[in-house]
Design a protein around this ligand. Structure first.
Ligand SMILES: [Zn+2]
Length: 246
């Protein structure tokens, strides 16, 4: 029976029969995987809790006729407990894995795997506001898929910035001539924060005002929902950033 190994993040699971689960994973080398974990719901399962959402594991699978079967799973990072203990981290992690779950096969690259693992690790450590970790993750995940928002030049006509209007449907900041009438204005500090979130400049991100953080989160959510088409359900459960919140 042909077997293979890979590193994975568990995105979600659902029940199959009495004791089994189907596990959806983003893997490092094989894109997105759906495989069966047999007996995983028994208390005596040899998988323990290693195949729960947000877990990072080294798995061995064998190719089944329809779905592959998980034979072994070794934990590479148990971020689940540190995430589940905080409601804001938990809802944020859900939004992250849901975004990763949206990636199509061509988009499920090793870079997306590493970005998700890094995001979950940052969330579990609680070093930054959960919402900022999510905002940075969303921007970078979209950039890896070729949907980076324009944050300097006008996204429509290329006129050099800075510009004061952000229109998700037009691909980012746009100049006064390209902006539709009534488009909401965005201040320079917020555009700067979007750039820092994209670049992973955490000193600037952590020092941003609550107002800029909230404005940036709103723009990123609108942009992500526009580009991910169906909208990220979990985003509606993520609370607005609060001053000093971790
Ligand atoms: Zn323009």
């Amino acid at each position: 029976m042909p077997t293979y190994r890979d590193e994975v993040v568990v995105l979600r699971t659902h029940k199959l029969g009495e004791a089994d689960r189907i596990v959806t994973m983003l893997s490092r080398r094989h894109g997105k995987l759906r495989a069966v974990a047999k007996g995983v719901r028994r208390t005596s399962s040899r998988f323990g809790s290693r195949l729960e959402p947000f877990m990072v594991a080294d798995v061995q699978l064998y190719q089944g006729r329809s779905l592959d079967i998980i034979q072994q799973a070794e934990s590479l990072g148990s971020y689940g407990a540190d995430i589940a203990a905080h409601y804001d981290r938990y809802t944020t992690a859900h939004a992250m894995v849901e975004t990763a779950d949206r990636l199509n096969e061509a988009e499920a690259t090793p870079q997306q795997y590493l970005l998700l693992v890094g995001g979950l690790r940052a969330l579990a450590r609680g070093e930054h506001a959960s919402r900022s970790v999510l905002d940075s993750y969303l921007l970078r995940a979209m950039a890896l898929s070729g949907w980076a928002p324009g944050l300097g030049e006008c996204a429509r006509c290329g006129r050099p910035g800075p510009h004061d209007t952000f229109v998700a449907q037009q691909g980012g900041v746009v100049c006064g001539d390209c902006a539709p009438t009534g488009a909401a204005r965005v201040d320079r500090a917020t555009v700067g924060l979007l750039q820092s979130l994209m670049a992973g400049e955490w000193e600037q991100v952590d020092a941003a005002s609550a107002g800029s953080s909230a404005a940036a989160s709103g723009l990123i959510a609108a942009y992500a929902q526009w580009h991910l088409e169906r909208g990220i359900r979990s985003l509606s459960h993520v609370s607005a950033p609060q001053e000093g919140a971790r």
